[in-house]
Every structure is written in C-alpha cells, then in structure tokens.
Design a protein around this ligand. Structure first.
Ligand code: GLN
Length: 196
C-alpha cells in the first residue's frame, strides 16, 4: 500500500481524540468513524476506551454494528483498548443485560476486573514482542480470562494475568497506551494495516 495508512477511530464515545492525535503523529491519515460510509473509507480501525455498553448501543443505533462485524470478518486490522478490547471479544463476562460485542477476537474478557481499590493504576507489563518494558495505565479496565486457540497473549501483568491479546490483525489491550505516550502498540497496528 502506497502513502499514509488510512485508518479510522470509532468516534461514538470515549477517548477518541487521544487516539486520533497519536495516529497522526505516527503518520496515519485519520478519519473519525460515526457512519458506515466513513468506515468504508478506512483500512483499519481503532476502538477507543470509554464505556463499552454505550459504544455498543450507539454502534447499533448508527447502523455500524454489522458493517464493523463484516469488516472484521474480512480481515480489517483493529486495535481495541479497554472498552475497545471488550467490544472485540467473542465473549464478555460481567456484561450488562443485552450488551453485545462486535466479536472476532477468540478470547473471554471480564469487564471492570480490577475492583474498586484498583480501578485506576499503573503497572509494568511483560510484552515479549517488544525489547523494552511497557508501563501501562489501567482505568476500570477489563482482564482477559481466557485466550482461545486462534488468539495469542501479547501482554501480561507481573502476576501473570493477561492484559493484551492479538489474533492476526486484531490487537486488544486492557490498558490505555494513548495516554502514556506509548506508541508501540499503535505502530504495530499501523504495520498490520500497511501489510494488508
Ligand atoms: N469499564 C469500561 C467498560 O466496561 C471500560 C473502561 C475504559 O475503557 N477505560 O466499558
């Protein structure tokens, strides 16, 4: 693919601006996606952190759920952070009644997994794919309870809990690289987009 990768940020709710700004710094051509026509313009999508229940409802209201599911099935790379990871997971534990995900990522993800005392915290992660350690910010984040055979572990907490998964072009993170100047996950996503 020639030129800048054309990527979207799902812009229904959540920390859309932080992702868009980081992707632009990394040289991507960024579209904010609120309608199916905008999704059709991009070769990759970031699903931001925020509230998965709200993003799910708005995606259905705006007619985006099926187009996003189709794009994932078609192999479009997607980076989902926090609520975005929940929306990528095939199975969500502690969802609210009627909550749906886009799915595609062969993993079981539990919402709000870190309880009240540790709703927000920073931790140093093990990410074998990178040379240097990752300091990650968690904000009422989910945890990956099970990783299915089609997915693999990308990041773990010191206690071994899984907080990052990938499967072909899908990357799901429990934390927020976009708020700690951590660019490596977004670079990895853009690399997947460019290789398609
Ligand atoms: N707790 C939120 C949810 O269930 C996720 C939090 C976040 O994205 N920072 O969607």
């Amino acid at each position: 693919m020639a030129g800048s990768p054309r990527v979207g940020v799902l812009a229904l709710q959540g920390d859309v601006r932080e992702h868009a700004a980081l992707l632009e710094v990394l040289g991507a051509d960024v579209t904010l996606v609120r309608r199916p026509e905008e999704l059709a313009l991009v070769d990759g999508l970031v699903i931001p952190g925020g509230e998965s229940t709200v993003i799910d409802k708005l995606a259905r209201l705006f007619g985006l759920q099926q187009p996003i599911r189709d794009a994932i099935a078609d192999g479009m790379p997607v980076l989902g952070t926090c609520a975005g990871l929940i929306l990528l997971a095939d199975e969500v534990v502690d969802a609210i009644d009627g909550q749906q995900s886009f799915g595609g990522l062969d993993a079981v993800v539990r919402r709000n997994a870190f309880g009240r005392q540790a709703e927000s915290f920073e931790a140093e992660l093990t990410v074998p794919a990178f040379d240097e350690p990752v300091t990650a910010a968690f904000i009422r984040g989910p945890v990956v309870e099970a990783v299915g055979p089609r997915a693999s572990v990308l990041a773990t907490l010191p206690d071994g809990r899984v907080v990052g998964v990938e499967q072909d072009g899908l990357l799901g993170l429990s934390f927020h690289p976009e708020i700690t100047n951590e660019t490596r996950f977004h670079r990895r996503f853009l690399d997947r987009v460019s290789r398609r």
